[in-house]
Design a protein around this ligand. Sequence first.
Ligand code: SF4
Length: 368
Amino acid sequence: MVRRTAKRAPGKDAVVASSIPDAVAIAGALGPWFERGHRDLPWRATSDPYAVWVSEVMLQQTQVQTVQRYWGEFLRRFPTVQRLAAADQSEVLEAWSGLGYYRRARLLHRGAQFVTEEYGGQLPDDPQALLAVPGIGRYTAGAVASIAFDRPAPLVDGNVARVMSRLDAVEDPARQPATAARHWPRVADIIAAGRPRILAQALMELGATVCTPRSPKCEVCPVRPQCLAHAQGQVDVIPSPKKRAASPKASFWALAIMWRGRLGLVRRPDEGLLAGMFCLPLVARDSMATADNSALSACLGVPVTRAAVTETSVKHVFTHRVWLLQPVLATARRKPASLPGGEALWVEAGERPRGGMPTVTEKLLAAL
Ligand code: SF4
C-alpha cells in the first residue's frame, strides 16, 4: 500500500505527487549505476568476511583516505581471525596507532577471540549470529552479511540514512538519523530487490559521493526519478541541520619529564579515553596553577630542575570533548616513584613503546 499526499514544489505552480518510492525501482537504478563505476577502494576487491569486518570497523568515524593507509598493513600483520585473536592487545593497539577511537581496536580484538572460540575462526553469515560477536552491532552485522556473504541484511549508517531521508522526504528530524526505525525495513526491501552485495555498497557509495550532506549532485543521481525530496524541492532542508552542543573543554599541563636522558610516559588506564595507550603524564591546570620547579617537585615527589613551559600549546578534539594541553619540559634529579595518570614507562630518545602512541602524544612530542 502506497502512502499518497500532495505537495506544492516551492516556486512552482504544479502540484507534486508524493509517494514512498518503490524499493524495486530504486534497486533497479542503483545496481547498474554502481557496477558502471565506483571508487576503487582496496576492501572492495575482497569478499573475505574478516577483511570486510576490519574495513567496516576502521571506517566508523574515520575518513576513507585514512583507512586506506591502515587496512592493508593491518591485514598483513593479522591475516586471519585466529592470528588477531592470538595477538597481544598491545600489538593490536600498536597497529591501530593514529587511527583513533581505540575502543574499536580493543573490541575487534575481543571479537576475534570470540569468533575463534565460538565459531572456529569463521565469521557466520547469519546477521543474528554476527550480532553475538563483541563489537559487532546492527550496522556491522548488516555490512558483513550483505557485502561478504551476499545476504539480504540491511545496513544503515549516517550516509545511508541521509539518502533514505531524502528519497522518502522524511521531514521529521527525529526520524532522520541512522537509528530511526523507519530506515531499516526500507533498506532491507531495497537490498532484497537485487544483489545484496552490490546494493549495500551502492547505497553507501551514493551517500558518500553523490547524495552528500551539502550540495548533493542531484543532476547525476541515478535515483533522482524516485527521489521525493528532489521532486518536492526539499533537498536543502533534509536532513534538518543538527544542533550541536558545545564540547566541554579541559586544560592540562602535559609533563615531559626527563630522568637520566629518558622520557617518562604513562600507560593510561584500561577504561576511559585513550585506554591502554601511552601519553605524557597530564595534570589538570585546575589542580596546579603554575608549572615551575617547585610545583613540579611537589607534584612528582622528587626535586625537579629546569622546568620550562613550551611556547606551543596543543589542542586535541575528541568526539565529545576538547583537550587544551600545555607541554612542560623538566628534568627530575631522582626517578619519581610514579607519574600522574597511569603506569610509568621510561623510554630512550626516539624509542616507541609497544602498545602504540595515539595522535595526541605524537602532537605533544612534536611541540616539545
Ligand atoms: S536526487 Fe539528490 S537528494 Fe535525491 S537521492 Fe539523489 S542526490 Fe540525494
